[in-house]
Design a protein around this ligand. Structure first.
Ligand code: HEC
Ligand code: HEC
Length: 382
């Protein structure tokens, strides 16, 4: 009996140690600590779980956790466990305040609206601070491609699209978790909003050379460790403040817990009936979504060789293929950990899940207030 009690206490202590509160949620590059096999992080509606099934390890010297380039950033800087291995606007703003804008997160290269702007001013980082967006700069035309359309810059609010040979768009960080189970294309998961990374390995090399401004590509040993970590780490909403453990949502409960679980089930049905035309598991993950124009983002005019003219703030896949047919096509992000990583959509235009649902009114997808609540409850528990 006594032995059992001690075991129980030890287990409780271990659980408490693995549960991080929101105020201690920032993971510094070079932080020398155990990355636990299982940890939970608070977010506004519940707990996010980070599972690391290969087992806990010390982060010191691990290439996902230490800076490999010249600007002090590591992968962990932009892929934080508390934010479902992405980065929320709330966390970005807190870093700005805590470090007076000096965190490597805000490095001029892509953590500001444009590297040529005065870096000490908040306004020069407004897209990151207000919408959670990093600058993604791509060569135009793409290497070895003859595009079948022309790009003209209609507005350039960030001043970073002055050179027509380099196109700057602004995008949210995507989750570096659940990567083993992302719907695969013929060559593995389709990565980045425009699908430009042909593999996780290529993606990691690019991230080290670009985001971390390294002079040399990483070694094979470093890449292996990064991929070993990325391919097993899992991030999902684990518990909801109102509904309890998500794994138990199929069990009926009395009272408010049961009412919440019933709402989630209705939300799931609404999603299957009204949203799944573009969001069917197992089908191609490319899709287009007309977005409202944002004056703070650049606006491009696209003139296709076939005479079609459109405008867009992110040509998406077409920046890689050079094909008019791909203009605006984006790789749909995964749906996990939404509660931990607002704002949403590649351009950060939806500040909350409610806003995200409202944005579909443009496609004439509308909900009654109770339906909207059910759908929100469902999405926030994934
Ligand atoms: C400065 C912030 C930053 C740093 C540092 C960074 N990333 Fe990212 N990461 C991003 C952004 C932004 C995107 C999305 C870019 C896009 O869609 O064009 C992204 C996308 C990804 C994706 C694609 C996920 C998907 O589903 O498409 C993976 C994987 C990834 N990063 C892993 C890494 C690794 C590994 C490192 C370190 C070697 C790293 N990142 C460093 C910001 C960052
Ligand atoms: C016309 C096709 C289409 C329909 C219908 C559609 N979506 Fe989407 N959805 C997309 C595309 C494309 C993206 C990726 C857009 C981006 O990254 O900017 C997306 C992204 C998302 C995301 C991911 C957001 C993020 O940042 O991680 C969620 C959640 C989502 N949709 C929910 C819904 C819901 C709820 C409905 C039904 C009300 C719905 N979608 C209907 C095309 C669609």
């Amino acid at each position: 009996m006594r032995c059992f009690l001690i075991l129980l206490l030890a287990a409780t202590a271990a659980f408490a140690q693995n549960s991080y509160s929101a105020s201690h949620a920032w993971w510094e590059p070079n932080q020398e600590e155990f990355f636990p096999w299982d940890s939970e992080y608070d977010n506004p509606t519940g707990l996010l779980r980070i599972a690391n099934p290969n087992g806990s390890f010390r982060t010191g010297g691990h290439p996902f956790f230490v800076p490999l380039g010249s600007n002090g950033r590591a992968c962990i800087t932009c892929h934080q466990p508390s934010n479902a291995m992405s980065l929320s606007r709330e966390t970005i703003r807190k870093r700005w305040l805590d470090t007076n804008g000096k965190d490597p997160l805000f490095a001029a290269i892509d953590g500001s609206n444009c590297p040529t702007l005065p870096q000490s001013q908040r306004a020069s980082h407004s897209l990151l601070l207000d919408r959670g967006l990093f600058r993604v700069s791509l060569p135009w035309p793409p290497k070895d491609v003859t595009p079948d359309f022309r790009i003209e810059v209609l507005t350039d609010p960030t001043t970073c699209n002055a050179d027509p040979r380099q196109i700057s768009v602004y995008r949210r960080p995507r989750m570096s978790a659940n990567l083993a189970t992302l719907t695969p294309g013929p060559n593995g998961p389709v990565l980045m909003a425009d699908g430009r990374a042909p593999s996780l390995r290529a993606q990691a090399i690019d991230a080290i050379l670009v985001h971390q401004q390294a002079a040399h590509p990483p070694t094979d040993a470093q890449l292996t460790r990064i991929l070993d970590f990325e391919l097993q780490v899992v991030a999902t909403q684990y518990a909801d403040n109102r509904g309890g453990l998500t794994a138990q949502f199929n069990q009926p409960e009395p009272g408010t817990t049961g009412a919440f679980r019933a709402s989630v089930h209705r939300g799931k049905d609404l999603f299957s009936n009204r949203c799944a035309s573009c969001h069917q598991p197992g089908t191609s993950r490319w899709s287009r979504l007309p977005q409202a124009e944002s004056p703070e983002l650049p606006l491009f005019k696209i003139t296709c060789n076939n005479g079609r003219v459109t405008t867009t703030q992110d040509p998406g896949r077409a920046l890689i293929t050079g094909k008019c047919n791909d203009v605006g096509a984006l790789v749909i992000p995964q749906f996990h950990g939404l509660a931990a990583r607002a704002p949403y959509f590649t351009n950060g235009s939806a500040a909350t899940v409610e806003d995200l649902i409202d944005s579909y009114q443009r496609l004439n997808i509308r909900f009654q207030p109770e339906e909207k609540r059910d759908l929100v409850n469902y999405l926030l528990t994934l």
